[in-house]
Design a protein around this ligand. Structure first.
Ligand code: GDP
Ligand code: IMO
Ligand code: MG
Length: 427
């Protein structure tokens, strides 16, 4: 099994950090391939809790080489403070590799993100305000700054000039803000060069050579399928491709190298930020999911919107990612409900629809069609095997598997490493 992808099957925060960390012990490389520090991946090791934003979750497994691929957007100050935070806690981060082709989130792009959201008012996306969208926009517009540019002052200055030329017009004339100085931005960026230098590498070459040597490479997605710029609920999405194809472009590997694509799937649904969410709950059940599930953003501290499991989006995730299997997380959170509604289809303008509609208007009108599954009241957090689960919990898992279109290989019954039920040799 040379290369595998692990990604979010819903709107993010499915438990990718925990799942990656679990696999970290048995893989050689863990590679982030898209997104940036909009991600917040939680890993719990014993009584220690880590919140990772840019670093791949494999950083906590000593045998594993963590890689930040070319498709990631990197805020150098966040990366450096994440590294020093881990070093203070005794984690060795010296193996980290950072792609010289990864784009840098510049200070002006953080400003543009925040100003744009404010300007959008009611129509805002609810971004994390970390400069993600503007940095990917600069990349596509060919005025982005890459990690390698930090090592050529003259090129860096020319590129910052090119980027700020238009941006300053927009900032001053449209948003009524002060223009940003080229030399100030250049100076700040140059200040990171020496500190990042030990990590910078030709990661495409490293990863492909590792694959040639039959090393195991795990690609860790940020965000989730429904936040994908192409396949998500556009425009309420992030600006990258968390879906499986993103691993190829964001790390420089061919699709033929990837033999397994694992979807991380929460036993219910959450979403942060704006956009349609058919199974969202506005009642005490939603409040209870938020409370019991601890559904508060790792990056922004915002309350997550909560709702029942949606099998339509799970089926969609199976299809657009070519999922081979799922890791079902947070089953323990559902303990205590007498009956658990599961959305099996939508009703759109009076018609039953089984698959995710491609039209944004239809999706906004989608009402969930629920099937009620019997719940359980026994504590399942100590369950070690599928057989340890109460019958109704087993049936809930089987029903989700049936509806979602791929086998469930593992089940999370708590945040800790050992609070996991392995079904089909997940590890
Ligand atoms: P990610 O962004 O996909 O890595 O997910 P987050 O870390 O943002 O959110 C998932 C949260 O659920 C974290 O607080 C995890 O520690 C926690 N978690 C992960 N798996 C489980 C599980 O099976 N049960 C419970 N109760 N918590 C879990
Ligand atoms: P992890 O990796 C959940 C959401 C934001 C907003 C939209 C666009 O922890 O699952 P952006 O700042 O990316 O331009 O915001 O995407 N978003 C996430 N939601 N989990 C994440 O990451 C997210 N990263 C971005 O809330 O709706
Ligand atoms: Mg998260």
């Amino acid at each position: 099994m040379p290369a595998l992808v692990l990604l979010g099957a819903q709107w993010g925060d499915e438990g990718k950090g925990k799942a990656t960390d679990l696999l970290g012990g048995s893989v050689d490389y863990v590679v982030r391939y898209q997104g940036g520090n909009n991600a917040g991946h939680t890993v719990v090791v014993g009584d220690q809790k880590y919140a990772l934003h840019l670093l791949p979750s494999g950083i906590l497994s000593p045998g594993c080489t963590p890689v930040i691929g070319n498709g990631v957007v990197v805020d150098p100050s966040v990366l450096l403070s994440e590294l020093s935070g881990l070093n203070e806690r005794g984690v060795d981060t010296s193996k980290l590799l950072l792609s010289g082709n990864a784009h840098i989130i510049t200070p002006y792009n953080v400003t543009v993100d925040k100003v744009t959201e404010r300007f959008l008012g009611k129509r805002k996306i609810g971004t994390t305000g970390r400069g993600i969208g503007p940095t990917y926009a600069d990349k596509i517009n060919r005025v982005g700054i890459r990690v390698q540019d930090l090592y050529d002052e003259s090129i860096l200055t020319q590129k910052v000039e090119a980027a700020l030329d238009v941006k300053n017009q927009i900032l001053t004339k449209l948003y009524n803000r002060r223009a940003m100085a080229v030399d100030q931005a250049v100076e700040e960026l140059l200040g990171y060069a020496d500190k990042l230098a030990p990590y910078v590498a030709d990661t495409v070459l490293v990863i492909n050579q590792a694959l040639e040597e039959n090393k195991v490479v795990l690609f860790e997605g940020g965000q989730g399928t429904l936040l994908d710029i192409d396949h998500g609920t556009y425009p309420f999405v992030t600006s990258s491709n968390p879906t499986a194809g993103g691993a190829c472009t964001g790390a420089g590997v061919g699709p033929t190298k990837i033999s397994r694509v694992i979807g991380i799937l929460k036993a219910y649904t959450t979403r942060v930020g704006a956009g349609p969410f058919p199974t969202e709950l506005f009642d005490e059940d939603g409040e209870a999911l938020r409370r019991i599930g601890g559904e508060r953003g790792v990056t922004t501290g915002r309350d997550r919107r909560c709702g029942w499991f949606d099998a339509v989006i799970a089926r969609y995730a199976t299809r657009v990612n070519g999922l081979t299997d799922f890791f079902l997380t947070k089953l323990d959170v559902l303990t205590g409900w007498e009956q658990i509604p599961v959305c099996v289809a939508y009703e759109i303008d009076g018609k039953r629809v089984e698959e995710l509609p491609y039209s944004q208007t239809d999706f906004h009108h989608a009402k969930p069609v629920y099937e009620m599954l019997p719940g359980w009241s026994e504590d399942i957090s100590k369950a070690k095997s599928f057989a340890d689960l109460p019958k109704n919990a087993q049936n809930y898992v089987k029903a989700l598997e049936e509806m979602s279109g791929a086998p469930i290989s593992a089940i999370g019954v708590g945040p800790g490493r050992d609070e996991t039920i392995e079904i089909n040799s997940f590890l």
